[in-house]
Design a binder for this molecule. Structure first.
Ligand code: MRU
Length: 360
């Protein structure tokens, strides 16, 4: 069921979203389209296969697609043996194609830019040295993401009440990151700290990341979880059943507005109305200081088919339009806390993201 690599997985887990096998330069992805019925790994040997895997959601979640793109660029550096101009051309083209796959998750552009900087640094080195440097950079991105998840998890867990019923939306777990997870990292850390927690996982129409992925992940760790339809959340808030909300993020604008999976904003409004803390966990690679506010975040529009069908089952008759906006934006004023590896920002209380970088 679980794959065997020639070294310990950087994700620090027997199952993982993404790993690189340096022995044969293959990129391993858990095919998330097959979960939960099948745990199957894809073994990718060329960067264009990673492009298709990101676009087609075999791998998804903001940090995980950034790490996948970084490894794909390491693979490109291994495959391109030519002199500096050919190397830079190949790296630039691969970076652009990878970047075009999914527009909202800023971790993708962030990881590609970081790999491009490393490529420029080593462009004139011998091919083997270049490839080793690019792989080391991708591995650093991966390791840092796991460490970030653990640290934000630790910080977030301090706010989780013992005995809490926690609502989460989409999947912001180990499957969406280098390992451990952002929102699910907070839940895992609370559980590991001995707090009794249970989770309500929104199913997250239309792609069902909550039903298929979040419940599977938490079940692997023995954390009690119950899947609810998205429309059940309001009822659970009204009954006073939910004590705490934590979700992930695809991009946080400079003013603290948070883009995350469609439906997140509705959850934040419900939490506000019912006086329940709505919180977000995200690494600093998700912060986008170049985008002033949430209304300027590009929101991915995905295919009609993902709404009109579940698998082969047709839900909406042919010829009828469907809208599939992949993400929405939650205003900073609704976010009680943003947990990052650099610290906590109490956005609703007026704290700014800049507080994480006092020297800036
Ligand atoms: O479309 P997806 O499945 O890539 O969307 C994922 C999310 O919205 C996650 O909440 C977000 O990427 C944070 S992952 C740690």
């Amino acid at each position: 069921m679980f794959p065997t690599l020639s070294r310990e997985p950087l994700s620090q887990s027997p199952w993982f979203a993404v790993e690189y096998e340096p022995r044969d330069h293959s990129l391993w992805l858990l095919d998330q389209r097959a979960l939960p019925t099948e745990v199957a790994y894809l073994t990718l040997r060329r960067p264009d296969e990673a492009v298709a895997a990101i676009r087609d959601m075999a791998v998804r979640g903001a940090p995980a697609i950034g790490i996948t793109a970084a490894y794909a660029l390491a693979q490109q550096a291994y495959l391109e043996r030519g002199a500096a101009p050919a190397f830079m051309l190949a790296m630039g083209t691969a970076g652009r194609v990878l970047n075009a796959t999914r527009p909202t998750a800023v971790n993708l552009a962030w990881a590609i830019a970081r790999m491009a900087r490393k490529a420029a640094d080593v462009a004139h080195a011998p091919a083997d040295e270049r490839a080793a440097a690019l792989l080391a950079e991708a591995e650093a991105i991966h390791r840092e993401d796991v460490a970030a998840c653990r640290e934000m998890g630790r910080l977030g867990a301090e706010d989780v009440p013992d005995g809490a019923c926690i609502l989460t939306h989409c999947n912001a777990g180990a499957l969406a990151t280098g390992g451990y997870g952002t929102a699910l990292g907070v839940i895992r850390a609370a559980h590991e700290a001995g707090k009794r927690v249970r989770v309500l996982a929104d199913e997250t129409r239309p792609y069902l990341q909550g039903a298929r992925l979040t419940s599977w992940e938490l079940h692997q760790d023995g954390i009690p979880v119950e899947v609810i339809t998205d429309s059940t959340a309001a009822h659970c808030f009204q009954r006073g059943e939910i004590d705490f909300v934590v979700v992930g993020a695809d991009r946080v604008a400079k003013n603290g507005d948070v883009a995350n999976k469609i439906g997140t904003y509705g959850v934040a409004v419900l939490a506000d109305v019912h006086g329940v803390p709505f919180t977000v966990a995200a690494p600093v690679s998700t912060l986008d200081f170049a985008t002033p506010s949430g209304d300027l975040i590009p929101l991915e529009e995905r295919s009609r088919r993902e709404v009109a069908q579940v698998g082969a089952q047709v839900l909406v008759a042919d010829g009828i339009a469907c809208r599939h906006v992949g993400f929405d934006v939650t205003p900073a004023r609704l976010v009680k806390a943003l947990y990052t590896e650099r610290g906590v920002v109490r956005l609703a209380a007026g704290e700014a993201l800049g507080s994480l970088f006092p020297a800036r």
